[in-house]
Design a protein around this ligand. Structure first.
Ligand code: SF4
Ligand code: FE
Length: 473
């Protein structure tokens, strides 16, 4: 397994085409807007070599008969799902941001089970996965298409979806874009998957395949984040880590046959999309509580510096923040504990609880951020730059404005997570990552057995006999 330093070095071997602020980036690894996100992924490597976390961060792969980083691992034991959530909580707390490796992990598990009943596709996929595990590579799980007019199907606006434009004996040519691509510029491979279930006639969009991140015709464009020009400076907020989203453009990219796992197989793609949604919606019950630990810690720190930590309303608000955080985490763990085994051998999360988990994530962190803003006071939004605080001409006058070093930096961290660069991989990702709120409601409406609830209500209302309990006396 790679170390953190080996991971960062390995990225330099790529000929990645990355655009940042209108310019082609000569060295993505060293760019100040890219590097914090690389550090967040590097943490996933560091944990695998740290005795405190090695057991959580690694697993034994039957595929290559060797230990692997958990982010390359298949969920072959029920405990793998639970350990995933626990690991994500640890990493979310250690980095305070998105560490970008879970889409790939959840995607490769979804693809493993979706190809299982197709022996040739499954063999191609597992051969590729074995290579990924041996190299301990990072995957960019590429699902979300630009989608254009949401009222129109992909076949009515093909340019808004990634699609196969040519099929050859030796492979396929794909064209289009994937958006909101978490960690794409820090990955070794792109794992292309459809972003939604597709209908007959939409086979060209039903493509799942893998390609190198620097394949010919792949271009990446870094997403902007609020205050991203602060990266690397005194006002960054999160001093070490950051998240990353890119647009990935596929300009007639050739994918050889051995890297094409699904092509036009609507049923397998539907299974893939649904399985992925379950895995990834539970994942948010790990990483986001970890991020919230940091947010709560920063808010708590400010109240200590303000001398109000013991005030009853402050204690009550902090307890509320922790209560809401553990509510998210509890459902993520429960979804993973209440798992079921797919015929492929992969363990799947409980779909209702996984969707409840992610649905909570679209709401509760907003209340927690509101409470953090309440506790922090207006200074989290109005503080001048720390460069001015440290300027000899202003230092004396500004000293009481900034207060302690802890206060100033905790406020900057809160600011970043609430609406600065850190809010992209935290707040807005809480809303839309792994599917927007309505996607969870649609699944919940479908998955919940409404008739069963009505049947029991009818019994207890005295409308129907009690077949479940019979006569009790
Ligand atoms: Fe992982 Fe969370 Fe980032 Fe998704 S949002 S990749 S689950 S850290
Ligand atoms: Fe995400």
């Amino acid at each position: 397994m790679r170390t953190a330093a080996e991971y960062i070095e390995s990225l330099r071997a790529r000929r990645l085409e990355l655009w940042v602020d209108g310019e082609r980036c000569a060295s993505p690894v060293d760019h100040p807007k890219v590097r914090p996100a690389i550090h967040a992924i590097a943490a996933t490597y560091a944990l695998a070599h740290d005795p405190r976390w090695r057991e959580l961060a690694t697993a034994r792969s039957a595929l290559i008969d060797a230990p692997v980083n958990r982010f390359c691992h298949l969920f072959v034991e029920p405990d793998d799902l639970v350990k995933k959530i626990s690991l994500q909580r640890v990493l979310g707390r250690l980095t305070g941001t998105c560490f970008q490796r879970c889409v790939g992990m959840d995607g490769l598990n979804a693809l493993y089970l979706a190809t299982h009943a197709r022996p040739e596709a499954h063999a191609r996929f597992t051969a590729w996965l074995a290579g990924v595990q041996r190299a301990d590579d990072v995957l960019n799980g590429a699902m979300t298409d630009p989608k254009g007019d949401r009222s129109r199907r992909p076949s009515e606006q093909p340019e808004a979806y990634l699609r196969v434009v040519e099929r050859r004996a030796d492979g396929v040519v794909i064209r289009g874009a994937k958006v909101h691509q978490t960690g794409a510029a820090n990955a070794h491979h792109i794992l292309v998957m459809p972003g939604q279930a597709l209908r007959p006639g939409e086979e060209d969009f039903a493509i799942a395949c893998a390609l190198p991140a620097d394949a010919d015709g792949v271009r990446m464009v870094l997403g902007r984040q609020p205050s991203d020009d602060r990266r690397g400076g005194p006002d960054a907020g999160n001093a070490r880590f950051g998240g990353q989203e890119c647009v990935v453009l596929f300009d007639d990219v050739f994918v050889p046959r051995e890297r094409v796992f699904l092509d036009g197989d609507l049923a397998a793609c539907a299974e893939l999309v649904e399985a992925f949604a379950g895995f990834h919606r539970a994942s948010y019950g790990g990483c986001k509580p970890g991020n919230l630990d940091v947010l709560i810690g920063a808010a708590d720190l400010v109240t200590r510096e303000h001398g109000v930590r013991r005030a009853s309303h402050v204690r009550d608000k902090l307890v509320e923040m922790a209560h809401l955080t553990e509510t998210i985490h509890g459902v993520g763990l429960a979804a993973s504990e209440k798992s079921a085994q797919h015929p492929s051998g992969i363990w799947q999360v409980d779909p209702v609880l996984a969707n409840v988990c992610k649905h909570n994530v679209t709401r509760l962190p907003y209340e927690i951020v509101r409470l953090a803003e309440d506790l922090a006071g207006g200074a989290m939004a109005t503080l001048p730059s720390l460069a001015e605080r440290d300027h000899p001409a202003l230092a004396v006058g500004l000293a009481p404005v900034f207060g302690s070093e802890a206060r100033a930096k905790a406020l900057r961290l809160l600011e970043s997570m609430a609406y600065g660069a850190g809010s992209v991989p935290f707040r807005i990702e809480c809303m839309h990552g792994a599917g927007s709120p309505q996607a969870q409601r649609i699944l919940l409406e479908r998955a919940i057995d409404w008739d069963d609830k009505v049947a029991r209500a009818r019994v207890l209302a005295g409308l129907d006999p009690d077949d479940a309990l019979g006569e009790l006396s």
